[in-house]
Structure formats: C-alpha cells, structure tokens
Design a protein around this ligand. Sequence first.
Ligand code: NAD
Length: 265
Amino acid sequence: MILKGKKGIIFGALNSDSIAWKVAERCVEEGAQIVLTNAPVAMRMGEINGLAEKCNAPVIGADATSMEDLENLFTKSMEHFGGKVDFVLHSIGMSVNVRKGKEYTDLNHEWMLKTFDVSAISFHKMLQVMWKLDAINDWGSVLGLSYIAAQRVFPDYSEMAESKALLESFARSFGYHYGTAKKVRVNTISQSPTMTTAGKGVKGFTEFFNYAETMSPLGNAPALDCANYCVVLFSDLTRYVTMQNLFHDGGFSSMGMSPALIAEK
Ligand SMILES: NC(=O)c1ccc[n+]([C@@H]2O[C@H](COP(=O)([O-])OP(=O)(O)OC[C@H]3O[C@@H](n4cnc5c(N)ncnc54)[C@H](O)[C@@H]3O)[C@@H](O)[C@H]2O)c1
C-alpha cells in the first residue's frame, strides 16, 4: 500500500492493453484514489467505463491539447478529491504522419505540428495548467512516457522520435521550475516496445518488438512492470528523483552488440 492516501490523475487508458490502464489498476491496488481521463473520442469507445468501475474512479474527458479541457479536468478533479493531487501520469502519444503512412523524407508539416501538440506540447500544457491552478501538493510526482528513439535512430518511428525528444526536454525544464517552487518532481520513463494500440500503429512493430526482445538481456519490459515502476516513482520512496529520463527496457539502452541476435542470423 505504498500509495495509501495519495490522489492522482491518469491520462491515456484506452483499453486493457494500454500502459495507463495497468498503471490505474496498480495505483488503486496500492491504496491511491484516482481520476481517469482521455480524449472524448477515445472515451466514446466506452472501454474506460469498465476500468472506472473497477477502480471506483470518475472519468473526466479532456483533449490534452485544449487548455480549457485541462483546466476543467484539474478543477473538477480537485473538487472530487476535496484537495490537490499527489501524482499525474501523462500516457499520450499519436502521430498523424505515421497513421497516414508518410515516409520520413516526405512528411506533412501541418500534421507534424499536430503530432507534437498531442504527444509533447500537451505535457507542457498539462503542467502549466497544474501550475496556475496550484493543483499538486508539495513533493508530488509527474510522469510522462517516452521511448529511446528520442536518443537513437529508429527509422519507422518517424516524427515520434522528435516528439519524445521534446517531451523529455519539457520534463527536465518544468522539473526545474516545479522542483524549486514546490519540491514536485517531473520525470519520463523510457519504456520497451509494448503491444498496445499506439505501439502496434508503428510500421513493422512485431519484427521490431521481437528484435528488442532478443537484444535486451532481460527481454522487453511488460506494461505491468512499467506500471509497477510508475507506482514506485509516484511513491515517497523516490522523493529526490527528478528531471530524469529513466530507462525501463530490460537493459536495451546499454547494449552495443548482442550475441543472441547474431546467433539468430
Ligand atoms: N507501446 C509502446 O511500444 C510504447 C513504448 C514506449 C513509450 N510508449 C508511450 O506510452 C504512452 C502510452 O501509449 P500506449 O502504448 O499505452 O498506447 P495507447 O494507444 O493505449 O495509449 C495512447 C493514448 O493516448 C490517448 N490520446 C491520443 N490523443 C489524445 C488527446 N488529444 N488527448 C488525450 N489523450 C489522447 C489515446 O486515447 C490513448 O489512450 C505513449 O506516450 C506512448 O508513446 C509506448
């Protein structure tokens, strides 16, 4: 029960494959109270209602690119909790160019801006709304989910690579301001490839998933283990961890050459 008495908001639970879905379940199991949120279009699919019932959590819709929706979400959540929150998970990603199958050398830049807005700028918007509404308690914890394409080239990940680089940078920069003002920590977790709706949207995902599985000494980190890592980072056991991009990838990020992969050839 390491989150006993804590209150949090979880963005991005679309279905039971979603990383955020597992985070919501684990946070509640560890004693937290939560509010669930997703884009109105995702909520219309209805699956989140089952999770809400299981977690005894209200669902408050918000397009994470809309300051108005975010203000409404944090205001209503504080009303619901009768006070500020202690943790927030931003688990949001979407690329318009990947969805439409555009090659990296032929991207539509209007779509690219939309991708950045949904996948990265929404993180800054969320933090800014929290800041202005003073919505998080001292020593609170904010997490975003990233991927190693922010540092290394994964050609089919396309403009999501730049989105993740931007996301990680926002975490560092806002982490400075929130840390000095309120002891609030802001981090990103760089997660292994995971079989989710967003993950499977990337071209050649299955092959890539299998490649990373072999490359990583521990194998790919499953969504449930990512959720466990989030729980620890929301807890008081990690109060001085901030402005970090934390790899949760079975060791993939430290590998150079893999004998197991060569043996497969
Ligand atoms: N699946 C992977 O391989 C992998 C690896 C590393 C990092 N991540 C990251 O994990 C996070 C969660 O993705 P996932 O893999 O669980 O997939 P997912 O498809 O289950 O979740 C993505 C979520 O983003 C939400 N979303 C999209 N546009 C939105 C908007 N405008 N406002 C609010 N919500 C919006 C979707 O409704 C969905 O719930 C993303 O940031 C993703 O990039 C995923």
